[in-house]
Each structure stands twice: as C-alpha cells, then as structure tokens.
Write a protein that binds this ligand. Structure first.
Ligand code: G3P
Ligand code: CA
Length: 245
C-alpha cells in the first residue's frame, strides 16, 4: 500500500514562520514526507515563496510582492513577526526549497498563487525550475485558478496537477478529468470515503487541506486519501503510525 503523504502546510507552520527555510527544515525533522508552499512572482520575474500577494502579514515590508525586485524583497525580515527567535529569516526562492528537498524524496506541492494576480509566465517559470532540477516526478502543482492548471498540463504533461477547491464541486473527479488534473486538493469538509473511491477508480487522488484536528485526520486516513495537508506534520506522523496507514 502506498503510504499517505504527510504534507506540511507552508512548512511546519504551527511552530515556525510559514513559508521560510526554517519552516521547511523543521517539517522534514518532524517527519513530513511532503511540503506544501505558495509561489508568487517579483517584479523581475523571480519565484518567491509567500502566501499573500502583499508583504504586510508575514514580513516587515509593505505593499505587493509584484512591485519589488528579488534583491529588494530579500531585505525584508520574514521571521520576527512570528517570534523573535526567527529574526533574520528571509523570503525563500522556489529553487532553495527544491534544493533542500531534492535528496529527501519529499513530494513538493507548489501552489501557484495566480487567482488574484495573473503573473505573466508564472507557469513557464515554475515548470522550467522543476525540470532543470529533474524533479518532475516529485512535484504536484496546484491552484485555485484551474485555467492555469490546464496550461501547466499542456506545458508539462509529466508533472502532476491538483485542483484546489472549497466545497460542493459535483463529481469532482469528473471535473478533474476535464481539467486533466491528477489530484483533488479539496477542503477537508469536501471529502467522503465513497468519493475517494469513485475518484480512485479513475486514477484521481485526494489531498485534502488544511487538516489540524486529530479526529479529522483519523477520518481522512480511514477514507484512504492519498495525502493530507496539515500545519502539524508531527501529529499526523504519529497518527499515521498508530492508525496503520
Ligand atoms: O494548498 C492548500 C491550501 O494551502 C490552500 O489554501 O489559502 O492556505 O493557500 P491557502
Ligand atoms: Ca497554499
């Protein structure tokens, strides 16, 4: 049986500032077998890992990511807002995360943050980076922008894609097939065991998010999802062992 992938959401974001190298390293330490992250693009086309389109919440900067160059954006502190111990953390590049995990066998879920801002060439750049490191079989590209996922599949059919959605998507597995997607990155409430089976019969897997409650983790493990996205990879790791998954 293929083990359930333990995706650390934005790294080990319960104990480290999200989407920083500290959070990614900690995730590996805590037993994550996957890492979920968010990619946005700077003014000069660099791929930077940050959840929001703006800097305010998770750095000491202001304004939009798209209005800074890579050199400028690296000046901001991305750790102190979370805890003084993390002062000095910088916003990482996608390349840094891929290099960190290249020899770990970790699955990297790169969420393309192009629902609000349509970064020109984002898909091409992300795919070129993954291909240049030979990590095509280790990556799942996801997005709430499903047009973008269709584009990714056309550019690189060998890289898995996952549709992100909240709830109520009727026969999501059929929709996934029309988009050419491999996975359903469903909100945790939009997952029932019979749907997991229906999807599996068509070669489509579930990677629900963001699952932090142990009871909910147990329910999804029992439903035989292929991966779980969580802020607590340590907790999930423990449960995966005890639940025999
Ligand atoms: O990829 C799962 C989840 O991260 C999607 O929502 O807002 O946390 O990026 P968000
Ligand atoms: Ca995300």
């Amino acid at each position: 049986m293929t083990p359930i992938i333990n995706f650390a959401h934005r790294g080990a974001s319960a104990v480290c500032p999200e989407n920083t190298m500290a959070a990614f390293r900690k995730a590996l330490e805590l037993g994550a077998t996957g890492i979920e992250t968010d990619v946005q693009m700077t003014k000069d086309g660099s791929l930077v890992l940050i959840h929001d389109e703006t800097l305010r919440r998770t750095t000491n900067g202001q304004g939009f990511v798209k209005d800074y160059t890579w050199e400028e954006i690296r000046e901001f502190d991305a750790g102190a807002w979370f805890n003084e111990d993390f002062r000095g953390e910088r916003l990482p590049s996608l390349e840094e995360l891929l290099l960190l995990t290249k020899n770990h066998g970790t699955v990297i879920n790169i969420e393309l943050k192009n629902g609000i801002i349509q970064y020109p060439g984002l898909e091409e750049k992300v795919i070129a980076m993954v291909q240049s490191l030979g990590m095509e079989d280790r990556v799942v590209l996801s997005s709430f922008n499903h047009y973008s996922l269709v584009k990714c599949k056309a550019l690189a059919p060998e890289i898995r894609t996952g549709i992100l959605y909240m709830e109520g998507l009727y026969k999501a597995w059929e929709y996934a097939q029309t988009v050419g997607a491999d996975a359903l990155h469903a909100n945790k409430y939009a997952v029932l065991p019979e749907w997991v089976e229906e999807a599996k019969a068509r070669g489509i897997v579930y990677h629900p998010f963001t699952v932090n409650d142990p009871q909910e983790m147990k329910r999804l493990i029992a439903a035989k999802v292929a991966g779980i996205i969580t802020d607590h990879p340590d907790l999930l790791n423990q449960l995966l062992q005890t639940e025999g998954a």
